[in-house]
Design a protein around this ligand. Structure first.
Ligand code: PFF
Length: 492
């Protein structure tokens, strides 16, 4: 049977941008930039984008296009000893899919609450206490009871992903992204357009952009920039490989990769302006210093911003708009994460798309309910820490080592150049073989040291050992078992 294909080039680029632009751009990038030198952070960030982001994206598009399969099969084609890495990547995607969807479910609920600011005056107590039901004794190993009111939004979030992955690349994923992406950009621009005129907003934006050049000499700032680039671009864990495996024969790989990366990073800057504008306004109204209101992650989106929304003019319009934007950014990424698993399984097991999507999304829905319990947030936090700081970066590093040092990198460059409008030079191989790998080694090493030195987030020894390290070990063992069994199969 002929492999599915994207219906248009725009469709593919929007889907790739949809994958890259996610919660990370909205709640991770602005804080990261602010903390690591403000405007000066753009120097390491742009450097990381050019020397790691774009080269890695070109590589994944090339591999997907050349081998036309998901991660396990592609990595096996590169080197038969490395199929396990493909499965490891599929597992990373599966686990991220299980918890990322929960944040989308929260955003769905909050988009609804935002019409009336149902979170009230004390958004902190509302979010952690009333909404999540987090108790004093909640812990990753003490999840407590299911929060039933979160089940409906969770089902809705999975339904969106199911619809897209079931319908396939052209009929589902492409269509959804063609609607969500333009809407997302328009909504963020609209929000910026209003927020920028509020008192204090420009001071907030200034805080974000004001360069502190002394930070440029700090290695930590450079690691943060490279870490953010790998995270934000969805490279190194099966996603872009899968998407590119559906590219038609004639595809301008180099140009597509540049556009995807530039749109993603451009969106991050827009998101930064939106968030810091809102924070600046909030600090102004509350007569506080910006340092007292600035935050990131879950706290920013579900505690700080609801308070800021309370203070905005027309909160019943701006609030839903913000949470809809968060939802759209999340859903388009979640679809890509689920598709990475679906493609991997379909290509390997020979199942049909509807069957694979149905099995994965149903299992996914059941597993995700773990994260809508009273202690769900804490479990999510711990799992996310190990996946992002160790598994994901480790997988990026191994993929680059394999491609850069065990394969003929030159072949891939030629493949990309043959079908692209503009060609890439020798710098590409240097970026992959030395710069990206070097930075990954430094970041990963320091992350592993930190994880060993102190229990992340104050979780207990048992939790960190069994849930954190245990999960990583289990993933590795499972990946190797699948690899061995597929070797057996081929022998028979
Ligand atoms: N790139 C998306 C984001 O920044 O939210 C998707 C994503 C990447 C999600 C990496 C999760 C992740 F660990």
């Amino acid at each position: 049977m002929k492999r599915e294909q994207w219906g248009s080039r725009t469709g593919f680029i929007l889907a790739a941008v949809g994958s890259a632009v996610g919660l990370g751009n909205i709640w991770r990038f602005p804080y990261m930039a602010y903390e690591n030198g403000g405007g000066a952070f753009f120097i390491p960030y742009l450097f990381a984008m050019l020397t790691a982001g774009i080269p890695f994206m070109i590589l994944e598009f090339t591999l997907g296009h050349k081998y036309r399969s998901g991660a396990p099969k592609t990595l096996r084609a590169l080197n038969s000893k490395f199929e396990w890495l493909g499965w490891f990547q599929v597992m990373i995607s599966a686990i991220i899919a299980f918890y990322y969807v929960v944040v989308i479910a929260w955003a769905i609920s909050y988009a609804y609450f935002a019409f009336t600011q149902a979170w009230g005056e004390d958004s902190n107590a509302f979010f952690f206490g009333e909404f999540l039901g987090l108790g004093d004794d909640s812990a990753p190993s003490n999840l407590g009871s299911l929060q039933w009111h979160l089940l409906l939004p969770l089902c809705l979030a999975w339904a969106a992903t199911y619809f897209a992955t079931y319908r396939g690349v052209k009929g589902g994923i492409e269509k959804v992204n063609k609607v969500l992406m333009p809407l997302l950009f328009a909504m963020v621009l609209l929000l910026i357009g209003r927020i920028a005129f509020l008192p204090g907003a420009l001071d907030g934006i200034n805080w974000l952009l004001e360069p502190d050049f002394s930070k440029i000499w700090d290695l930590k700032v450079w690691s943060a920039a490279y870490g953010q680039i790998f995270f934000t671009l969805s490279v190194g864990f099966a996603i872009m490989l899968s998407y590119a495996s559906y590219l038609p024969e004639k595809s301008d790989i180099n140009n597509n990769a540049f556009m995807t990366v530039l749109m993603n990073c451009g969106f991050s800057i827009l998101a930064g302006i939106m968030i810091f504008g809102a924070l600046g306004y909030m600090a102004n109204v509350q007569d506080k210093a910006l340092t007292d209101v600035v935050s990131s992650g879950v706290g920013l989106a579900f505690v700080t911003l609801p308070t800021a929304i309370n203070l905005l003019p027309a909160p019943g319009v701006m609030g839903p708009l913000f949470f809809l934007a968060l939802m759209f950014a999340g859903i388009s990424s979640h679809i890509s994460i689920a598709e990475a698993v679906t493609t991997g399984l379909m290509d390997k097991l020979g199942w049909s798309r509807p069957k694979t999507a149905t099995v994965f999304c149903s299992v996914g829905l059941v597993v995700s309910t773990l994260f809508i319990t009273q202690g769900g947030l804490l479990l999510l936090d711990l799992v996310d820490y190990f996946i992002n700081n160790i598994a994901l970066l480790g997988s990026c590093l191994l993929e680059l080592l394999l491609v850069g040092w065990l394969c003929r990198l030159q072949d891939f460059r030629e493949h990309a150049n043959r079908i692209s409008e503009f060609t890439i030079g020798g710098w590409w191989a240097i970026c992959i073989k030395f710069v990206s790998i070097g930075m990954l080694v430094i970041i990963l090493f320091s992350n592993i040291m930190t994880a060993f030195k102190e229990n992340y987030g104050g979780y207990s020894n048992n939790e960190v050992t069994f849930i954190g390290w245990g999960m990583l070990t289990l993933m590795l063992v499972l990946a190797i078992i699948i690899n061995l069994s597929s070797k057996q199969e081929r022998k028979i």
